[in-house]
Design a binder for this molecule. Sequence first.
Ligand SMILES: Nc1ncnc2c1ncn2[C@@H]1O[C@H](COP(=O)(O)OP(=O)(O)O)[C@@H](O)[C@H]1O
Ligand SMILES: [Mg+2]
Length: 203
Amino acid sequence: MSPVGDARAAKVRFQCAEAIVEIEGDLVHKRRIEKRYRVKEIDERIRRERTKSEAKLISEARRKGVPTPIIFDVNDYELVMEKIEGDLAREVINEDISERIGEFVGIVHKSGIVHGDLTTSNIIVGADDRIYFIDFGLSFIELSTEARGVDVHVFFQSLEGTHESYGQLKESFITGYKRTFPQAAQVLKRAEEIERRGRYVER
Ligand SMILES: Nc1ncnc2c1ncn2[C@@H]1O[C@H](COP(=O)(O)OP(=O)(O)O)[C@@H](O)[C@H]1O
Ligand SMILES: [Mg+2]
């Protein structure tokens, strides 16, 4: 997804299927957009719940020691949060960054949170050199090996798509993940199984 609009304007705008994200000054507004194929009342309830849930889990992750944007305001369908200065992990990832991502994902999982969309486009390497996790719109609380395995699998897939030294970045992630998360081994094993299932389905 690339920003839309005039590069000289103060406002930068991203639009995906679920939300419009506007960056203005130090603030990010993320507004969940209407889905016309859903019954209006249900659509409004879903958007309100996802907005609240995203705010809650972003804050919860930060309380556990994982850098995330500070939430300033939660309205019906809109979050107002801190703008993180930096680059998407997708653009700048290296072995050191991948290992630190692994450490934080271990903390996220240990805290009972599953990110739900753990790609290098949802991780920002801050100008302050910290690693920030964003986009908790599909996150949920769950302790299962399967849900954690899907997170790890999705992360590995996002590495595969954009990076040449895929194998090394994956190993670095694993080193970090094992350091902070006692159940890492079983989740990594499950992530491999999920990958095999995926390949089977594609054939
Ligand atoms: N707090 C933030 N600070 C800086 N950039 C952000 C922030 N939140 C979102 N963005 C930018 O907007 C993009 C889309 O936001 P995201 O929360 O990932 O929504 P989506 O559900 O559309 O993927 C991100 O990939 C990132 O480039
Ligand atoms: Mg995103």
